[in-house]
Design a protein around this ligand. Structure first.
Ligand code: GLP
Length: 242
């Protein structure tokens, strides 16, 4: 079931997302957090770092698993998702980096890497709280619109619209990797609780597709309707077509 909450602005929705993280961290013995990259969760991570500084949050027992990673980028490339996580969160809190997992985009055997990644999540006991962003075409992680979607962690070819959207982070459009390794919809839906954060007009259409009675693999985020506990936190612009 999806609950949508609309906030005045991005800072307010980020603060609410951080409160929901705090609740899970404070009530779970060895919390496993599912994390996302992109601009949308940046405010959440900032708020978590702030809470940690104020001694409200302890990350010493926390493990994390990230949704996705570009194929071909090493963890020290400044556009890799490992680098993003280190610089936006892990470097600023008391987390043991050995317990932070991001798919390895440099793995020789990417198919095996996907299988191992799903097994790792199982071994950790599953994800307690997963945060998601959403692409303007409705992709989550890097699960792009398609006739069929893959359940487990796997390699995806990025769509032109995603390459275009993500080119803002790279010097040229040609520098954007064309493939990524991403948790599948099955992996994502296995999380006990999910939060999706979105802001801005470009997300309004994708957000509107979360409230009608349809699910379609052409808008991967609509499959979240099958999950029992999803909270969507949006600002007014992202909510403008609701
Ligand atoms: C990327 C990521 C997604 C993210 C989406 C939206 O392609 N793989 O996880 O949700 O883009 O990004 P942003 O939050 O920057 O708009």
């Amino acid at each position: 079931m999806i609950t949508i909450k609309v906030f005045e602005n991005y800072d307010e929705l980020s603060a609410q997302a951080a409160e929901m993280f705090k609740e899970v961290l404070n009530t779970t013995e060895n919390p496993v957090l599912g994390l996302a990259t992109g601009s949308s969760p940046e405010g959440l991570y900032k708020a978590l770092v702030e809470m940690h500084k104020n001694k409200e949050l302890d990350f010493s027992n926390v493990s994390t698993v990230n949704l996705d990673e570009y194929v071909g980028l090493s963890g020290d490339h400044d556009q890799s998702y490992r680098y993003f996580m280190n610089t936006h969160l892990f470097d600023h809190v008391n987390i043991d980096k050995a317990k932070t997992f991001v798919p390895n985009g440099l793995a020789q055997d990417l198919e095996q890497e996907g299988k191992d990644y799903d097994q790792r999540i199982k071994d950790l006991g599953g994800v307690d709280l997963q945060v998601l962003g959403i692409g303007s075409n409705g992709h989550i992680g890097f699960n792009e619109p398609a006739e069929k979607l893959v359940l487990g962690t796997h390699v995806e070819d990025l769509t032109e619209s995603t390459i275009e959207a993500n080119s803002r982070f790279f010097e040229t459009r040609d520098d954007v990797p064309k493939r990524a390794i991403s948790m599948g919809l099955g992996t994502i839906l296995d999380a006990k609780k999910i939060i999706l954060v979105a802001s801005g007009k470009s997300k309004a259409e994708a957000i509107a597709s979360l409230v009608d009675e349809y699910i379609t693999t052409q808008v991967p985020a609509t499959l979240l309707k099958l999950h029992p506990d999803v909270t969507v936190l949006v600002d007014k612009e992202a909510a403008s077509l609701l």
